[in-house]
Design a protein around this ligand. Structure first.
Ligand code: 5GP
Ligand code: MG
Ligand code: MG
Length: 184
């Protein structure tokens, strides 16, 4: 599939699976002693997080409910400005709920920082983040990410939900793109 487009496999299917199980264990431990009136609410950020979200939810040994949001960041296609527009909002009220945002990747962290401020105004009981990937730039933004799968170098990656021009989401691993895909 995508013959010749992928320059290297950065994180294999097996590594994703193993790390997801570890994250699930850590997250379950985090909420173990929390008095929960309702199930943990996973909020997936479309579309990139869907692959991670479904695997993560199945690896979690505690019951969860799932909601999705779609946001779009103004700015160029490669860097976000931090000005965000909600394309699809949550269907449900999250007041009093324990909410865990599920992200594919945090790059500048601007999108997530905006999203957390927005969701906090809705008065959840708690609001935390689990992300599969994090890039070095993310550390410059004052956004607390409780659970991180992999810290990766500052390279453009695709696969396992992550796209380039809507392609490559269906790859089962995380890979780097061959420069010829951008350049032609
Ligand atoms: P930021 O953290 O900069 O506000 O934006 C994060 C979003 O930018 C991600 O949800 C993703 O859509 C996109 N993004 C950032 N880095 C990459 C990358 O290496 N590959 C892909 N496919 N998308 C990325
Ligand atoms: Mg995302
Ligand atoms: Mg994208």
């Amino acid at each position: 599939m995508y013959e010749g487009d992928i320059a290297s496999v950065l994180i294999s299917e097996e590594q994703i699976k193993e790390r997801t199980a570890e994250l699930a264990e850590a997250v379950a431990a985090r909420y173990a002693d929390e008095p929960m009136q309702d199930d943990l609410l996973l909020v997936g950020v479309l579309k990139g997080a869907i692959f991670f979200m479904t695997d993560f939810a199945r690896a979690l040994p505690i019951p969860t409910q799932m909601e999705f949001m779609a946001v779009s960041s103004y700015g160029s296609s490669t860097s976000s400005s931090g000005v965000v527009r909600i394309l699809k909002d949550l269907d449900k009220d999250i007041a009093g709920r324990h909410v865990l945002i599920v992200e594919d990747i945090i790059d500048s962290g601007l999108t997530l920082s905006w999203l957390m401020r927005n969701l906090k105004t809705r008065n959840p009981a708690s609001l935390e983040v689990v992300t599969l990937l994090r890039k070095p730039e993310a550390c410059k933004v004052d956004v607390e990410v409780a659970h991180v799968g992999f810290d990766i170098p500052n390279e453009f990656v695709v696969g396992y939900g992550l796209d380039y021009a809507e392609r490559y989401r269906d790859l089962p691993y995380i890979g780097t793109l061959d420069p010829k895909v951008y350049g032609g």
